[in-house]
Design a binder for this molecule. Structure first.
Ligand code: EPU
Length: 417
């Protein structure tokens, strides 16, 4: 199993370019199931989840799913069985994003239920309830969602809680439904807006994405197009957190500040100076790092996907800092590992109190999920001595060439295979 070795402490310097957003390209790949013509996606990150989604699409009969550099070409193929098997879905729950498009385009779908994952139970009940409102029959059989509907009908649907992939799944399904669909209490993440832009470029009629109400007028067909995937705001935020934890001056290139709203406000409240020049953000630490409390929230609040990395930063700040996770019920697995490196963190359910600053010392640590592994890398960069992050495959799910990018910034970091 591959590992990442860091020799800390590292002072980072220079600039790093952000890749395309994993959480935008995954729904956009699923959306290609809706289309009649060839699709060209650019700025696609070569991360493991993208390769998994490519396998899912090939399994569903799409032809020519080829990633070369950052360009992904996909051609619709002969409709194979609309079946997303457990072996693929269990490795990436975002595979559930094929459910809406398959049902809308092929009238049926058989998609494995994703089940729980490291960060929580993460049910898909809201996806199913919405598709049923659009006329679908859905049964759970042998661990699969078996759905059918000759043609989905537009409907008015209110999500009980804002769900990112739920909003995306139903928005995609509604593009080919009969009539108008009005979705309310939608998630407002920028990746949803990016997906809507892609769908509209293919001939869909989606308006309001990025707000809590999205209206979709169904059309009969969608053609292929070319689309540039938006930048990965979580990758950008991770580099900013690494610079904050190590007291470094770093420029993160290719991500407009607007995508990082609450995270930038928080870092500034900690005493960091962040200069915005176009879509380049330069972060610098002047003086002492102060603690600031956070609560994770749906966009535009502080993102749950940066909570773990921020906790690593707070180990270096004059505390205490209160970090409250409200999106997922089990997203504190990094706490124990950070404590093994010398952090002082009290954990009560989904609330962590970080008592900093504490010097961290390098240690062998275990990654439990994608963002937890990013947090351990941030901590390893700030720690004295050698840190070895085991199970590097977690980080490869969502970060492109993580060790190369940090190496470019001057970190002593390498992959051990
Ligand atoms: N929820 C339900 N029922 C549903 C759907 C969601 O109860 O049918 C609950 C979830 O259990 C959770 C809350 O609603 O408590 C919000 O979950 P959401 O559905 O928004 O999460 P998701 O769509 O499964 C996406 C990202 C995650 C990110 C979350 C929150 C993708 C592919 N995944 O997941 O990304 O953490 O939104 O922003 O877009 C990551 O990149 O590391 C990652 C986990």
């Amino acid at each position: 199993m591959e590992k990442i070795r860091i020799q800390g402490p590292c002072r980072l310097e220079g600039s790093v370019r952000v890749s395309g957003a994993k959480n935008a390209v995954l729904p956009e790949m699923a959306a290609t199931l809706l289309m009649d013509g060839p699709i060209r996606l650019t700025n696609v990150p070569a991360v493991r989840d993208v390769l998994t989604m490519a396998r899912v699409l090939r399994h569903l009969g799409m032809r020519q799913v080829v990633l070369h550099d950052d360009v992904l070409r996909i051609e619709p193929g002969d409709a194979a069985e609309p079946d997303a098997p457990y072996e693929l879905v269990k490795t990436m729950r975002a595979s559930v994003l094929v459910l809406g498009p398959l049902l809308a385009r092929r009238g049926q779908a058989r998609v494995s239920l994703p089940g729980g994952c490291a960060i929580g139970t993460r049910p898909v009940d809201l996806h199913l309830a919405a598709l049923r409102r659009m006329g679908a029959t859905i049964e759970i059989e042998h661990g699969y969602m078996v759905a059918s509907c000759p043609r989905l009908r537009g409907a008015e649907i209110r999500f009980e809680v804002p769900t990112v992939t739920g909003t995306e799944n139903i928005m995609m399904a509604a593009t080919l439904a009969e009539g108008r669909t009005v979705l309310s209490n939608c998630a407002r993440e920028p990746e949803i807006e990016d997906l809507a832009g892609f769908l509209n470029a293919c001939g869909a009629h989606v308006s309001g994405a990025g707000s809590e109400t999205i209206v979709i007028e169904g059309v009969d067909r969608l053609q292929g197009t070319e689309h540039r995937v938006m930048p990965d705001r979580i990758e950008a935020g991770t580099f900013l957190m690494a610079a904050a934890a190590t007291g470094s001056r770093v420029t993160v290139d290719g991500c407009p500040a607007g995508l990082l709203g609450a995270a930038l406000d928080t870092l500034r409240a900690c005493g960091l100076v962040i200069d915005e020049q176009g879509d380049a953000l330069t972060i610098d630490r002047q003086g002492e790092l102060r603690a600031a409390d956070i609560t994770t929230e749906p966009y535009p609040g502080f993102p749950t996907d940066l909570q773990a990395q921020y906790m690593a930063v707070m180990t270096q700040a004059r505390g205490p800092a209160r970090i409250s996770e409200t999106i997922f019920e089990n997203r504190m697995m990094h706490v124990g590992e950070l404590c093994r490196m010398g952090a002082r963190i009290e954990l009560d359910g989904q609330i962590a109190i970080v008592h900093g600053p504490t010097p961290l010392s390098g240690a062998p640590v275990m990654a439990s999920d994608l963002r937890a592994s990013a947090s351990l890398i941030v901590a390893g960069l700030a720690a004295h001595g050698e840190t070895i992050v085991d199970r590097a495959y977690h980080i490869d799910r969502g970060y492109e060439r993580v060790e190369t990018k940090f190496h470019t910034l001057g970190a002593r970091i390498e992959r051990l295979s």
